[in-house]
Design a protein around this ligand. Sequence first.
Ligand SMILES: *[C@@H]1O[C@H](CO)[C@@H](O)[C@H](O)[C@H]1NC(C)=O
Ligand SMILES: *[C@@H]1O[C@H](CO)[C@@H](O)[C@H](O)[C@H]1NC(C)=O
Ligand SMILES: *[C@@H]1O[C@H](CO)[C@@H](O)[C@H](O)[C@H]1NC(C)=O
Ligand SMILES: *[C@@H]1O[C@H](CO)[C@@H](O)[C@H](O)[C@H]1NC(C)=O
Ligand SMILES: *[C@@H]1O[C@H](CO)[C@@H](O)[C@H](O)[C@H]1NC(C)=O
Ligand SMILES: *[C@@H]1O[C@H](CO)[C@@H](O)[C@H](O)[C@H]1NC(C)=O
Ligand SMILES: *[C@@H]1O[C@H](CO)[C@@H](O)[C@H](O)[C@H]1NC(C)=O
Ligand SMILES: *[C@@H]1O[C@H](CO)[C@@H](O)[C@H](O)[C@H]1NC(C)=O
Length: 363
Amino acid sequence: MALLFCGMLLLLGGSDATSIADMDYGGVPLWINRLLGEPSVLSLQGRIDPGWFRANNPQACPKQCDCPIHWPTSVYCDHKGLEHIPDELPDRTEYLFLQGNNISSLPSSVLANITGLRWLILDNNQLQSDKLEQASLQNQTKLHYLFANQNHLTSVPSALPDGLRQLRLAHNNITSIGKGALQNLHNLTLLLLQGNRLQTIAQGDLKGLVSLNLLDLSGNRFSTVPRHLPPSVQQLYLSNNSLSGLDEDSFDGFLNLKYLRLSHCGLQSRGIHLHAFNHTSLVELDLSYNKLTTIPRVPTSLQYLYLEANEIQEFNVTSFCREVGLLSYSRMKILRLDGNKMSYNQLPPDWVYCLRVLQSIYV
Ligand SMILES: *[C@@H]1O[C@H](CO)[C@@H](O)[C@H](O)[C@H]1NC(C)=O
Ligand SMILES: *[C@@H]1O[C@H](CO)[C@@H](O)[C@H](O)[C@H]1NC(C)=O
Ligand SMILES: *[C@@H]1O[C@H](CO)[C@@H](O)[C@H](O)[C@H]1NC(C)=O
Ligand SMILES: *[C@@H]1O[C@H](CO)[C@@H](O)[C@H](O)[C@H]1NC(C)=O
Ligand SMILES: *[C@@H]1O[C@H](CO)[C@@H](O)[C@H](O)[C@H]1NC(C)=O
Ligand SMILES: *[C@@H]1O[C@H](CO)[C@@H](O)[C@H](O)[C@H]1NC(C)=O
Ligand SMILES: *[C@@H]1O[C@H](CO)[C@@H](O)[C@H](O)[C@H]1NC(C)=O
Ligand SMILES: *[C@@H]1O[C@H](CO)[C@@H](O)[C@H](O)[C@H]1NC(C)=O
């Protein structure tokens, strides 16, 4: 038994876990806290013979699922071709894996006996908004992670429990957030909504998300930078929206904004206000794959600027430094200008005085 146990841990530590996680979980890897006893793999598929669990684990386990003995509160029902969430889920369940099935509904009764649920993973199913019963999650006060990427949802589920920390809803068909759906989730730090059909965010939609750190709105139908976003956001991803331009106040109020991604947005230089990026908190700015002809003016605090695959023809030091002096210089470390209409010999002789801590430049 002891020998088998070691062998199993080795198998479970397989190195392919992270890449699978990246694809399945909306592109942001899952942070696992082993001290809480969180399971370190998201699927047991291909790792060990399920018969082994059944033979060695005396605890109750639904017949469609696998229950590993060393994570006694985890129930793995992923990739089993299920059309419904199994009944008789054990009351002890804290980590429930249901990804890669054909589940379309979430009835309120199915989780009713479970009081300690922490993760509910439902990626890659057929969940429909009208089959998600309002009451199904509201009593799950311990629920931290709700993942439902790649489903058929048309709106953000309502009556979410207050303690939620991550909500991943990438690649659904969501057209609106819905009044009150996300209000008062004071502990939510990560919200993934990329690959949906959002056009606007209404005032109040994201109100009360006072801890939100990462907001991914890439690949939606925004034509301008949405207003009414939580000011706590540090990472804002808006790539793959057709944006008409950026105004002086597009990013006003984001005092903590550090990482801003705006690639593949069809942006043109004349649509970008001179002071659009006047944010001293910015560390990284991605403007690759747009239609820029000049380098926009960026704050001297910026460290990473991605401008590859634009139509830039000239390099003007004033984009980076309004003045050059002992303490006034750009903190830029990496500057990408490859795939533009300029060459290295077009850099003016004085650029090194401004970009004096640069580590890499690609022209
Ligand atoms: C889901 O159901 C469809 C048909 O209803 C079937 O073709 C498909 O293989 C099923 N998918 C899974 C993961 O079982
Ligand atoms: C919940 O517990 C009750 C009482 O033990 C049981 O009758 C019922 O079937 C359980 N419900 C589910 C969905 O497991
Ligand atoms: C939620 O809790 C309330 C109060 O304890 C109870 O009346 C209700 O039936 C519960 N809902 C579900 C879906 O379990
Ligand atoms: C989204 O809706 C469109 C039209 O209603 C449909 O063709 C498409 O399959 C849906 N996609 C998903 C992921 O549900
Ligand atoms: C939010 O997190 C704090 C700190 O971890 C915790 O004390 C509080 O109970 C959480 N709020 C909810 C509604 O779970
Ligand atoms: C944006 O679209 C391009 C081209 O379709 C694709 O290669 C890229 O992965 C997308 N990026 C994001 C963040 O959606
Ligand atoms: C740029 O930002 C700084 C500091 O936040 C502020 O003092 C200054 O007025 C801003 N300039 C413009 C033109 O917005
Ligand atoms: C650089 O930009 C500044 C301000 O936009 C402008 O006054 C100056 O003529 C430009 N220099 C070159 C060489 O284009």
